[in-house]
Design a binder for this molecule. Structure first.
Ligand code: GLA
Length: 393
């Protein structure tokens, strides 16, 4: 902290002296503005985002880095409400779908920007067994359980605390999910930390402990549109996914258990490819998902942080790279967006105006013995990390 303050003073001193030299030399004002930009400081500000229907106050934390990149996170659902990122001309625009009001987030919506728990993605028929005991979860996607259930983590008000260093701003969110909440065993203590760094990285780190054997699969459900213009679709974004295999699904979007080779299919994103290039091809799996809504099995070694996927919008020059230690990633192309939800900008969110890259374990893992385990036991520490890295090219 001392070091941080000291360097701020140095930065401020440099700015003052530079500006005064500029004044003596009679150079243009713009020059000093540019300099001011380079010494912009990391900040965290907090403001009210209203109160829930149950009268619980909700805060909005705005983390800003020295490049002017900014992320707003609300304590309701740990939702990334906005993410403002520079384009190739240094114009800073919002690149995530969401709403301007809390009331809108409290109405049914497709998990815009939310933290998802206890289980990202689907569990078949909302049932699983642990040590011979069957658990029944709340179902909210036909006969299946999706994204932690109707009262999942996306609808909880989290407790927040801030952390700041010279080059990063963090928000630590915590939540205690009580034994049998939405049908899951164990009192689960969860902590999620969002960290924005001066490298334009947004890191999301998850940790959790339980007092009873349970299952856990946390993720983040942001919808990106790197153009910054939510009236545009994401079909012209170039996407790569570092995966040789993906998980085909049945008619209810539950994995069949097969790990299918992507070679020669519309699911091959090993080389950058426009999202729209093959999305409407005559392919049984694309028809099931109404587009891409599948889990890819990442090539990286499980447990080690590695490159998972990227998306690039040529017009703005914005590039997003995703790194994770999770074994899989769900790529969802906003197929259910249908122009009924109000945009933060003008109008509504049309079909495929946002895409999600949800790092996670495989869907339905509690019921599929050959999938990597999602079991968390008392005494173990659940750890998961994902980094959304922004740049321009
Ligand atoms: C996930 C699912 C989709 C859909 C969205 C939310 O990504 O895989 O099928 O439910 O969330 O609408």
């Amino acid at each position: 902290m001392k070091l941080f303050k000291k360097s701020l003073y140095i930065a401020a001193a440099m700015l003052v002296s530079f500006v005064s030299v500029q004044c003596k030399d009679g150079k243009k004002k713009e020059t000093s503005t540019e300099v001011a930009k380079t010494v912009e400081e990391v900040t965290i500000t907090k403001e009210s985002f209203g109160t829930t229907e149950d009268h619980i106050p909700v805060e909005n934390y705005i983390l800003k880095n020295s490049n002017g990149m900014e992320v707003s996170v609300i304590t309701y659902g740990g939702i990334i409400q906005s993410l403002k990122v520079p384009n190739k001309n240094q114009v800073i625009e919002d690149v995530v779908l969401g709403f301007n009001s809390l009331a809108q987030y409290e109405k049914p919506n497709p998990y815009f920007g939310a933290l998802i728990g206890r289980f990202g993605n689907r569990i078949a028929k909302g049932k699983f067994s642990l040590d011979g005991k069957e658990y029944t979860l709340a179902t909210n996607d036909g006969e299946n359980h999706l994204h932690g259930g109707p009262e999942g983590f996306h609808r909880k008000v989290w407790t927040a605390s801030e952390k700041q260093t010279e080059h990063s701003a963090s928000l630590v969110l915590s939540y205690l999910s009580k034994d049998m909440e939405e049908g899951y065993p164990g009192n689960l203590k969860v902590e999620v930390t969002y960290t924005l760094t001066d490298k334009n990285d947004l890191a999301v780190s998850y940790s959790a402990t339980t007092d009873k054997k349970t299952v856990l699969n946390l993720t983040q459900h942001s919808y990106f549109n790197l153009s910054g213009d939510f009236s545009k679709t994401i079909l012209d974004h170039d996407v790569t996914i570092d995966a040789d295999k993906y998980l085909p699904v049945d008619a209810t979007l539950i994995p069949t258990g097969e790990l299918r080779d992507v070679t020669g299919t519309p699911f091959d994103f090993r080389e950058a490819k426009q999202v729209g290039k093959e999305i409407n091809s005559d392919n049984e799996q694309l028809k099931r998902g109404l587009g891409y809504d599948h889990c890819w099995v990442l090539n990286g070694k499980e447990g080690e942080i590695a490159f998972a996927a990227s998306a690039y919008d040529k017009a703005s020059g914005r590039m997003l790279e995703v790194y994770t230690n999770e074994p899989a990633i769900q790529f969802y192309t906003g197929n259910f967006l249908d122009g009924t939800l109000p945009s933060k900008q003008e109008g509504t969110y049309g079909h495929r105006t946002g895409f999600c890259l949800e790092t996670q374990h495989y869907p339905d893992s509690p019921n599929q013995k050959d999938f990597p385990s999602v079991v968390l036991e008392p005494g173990q520490n659940y750890k998961s990390s994902t980094v959304f890295k922004f740049s321009v090219k």
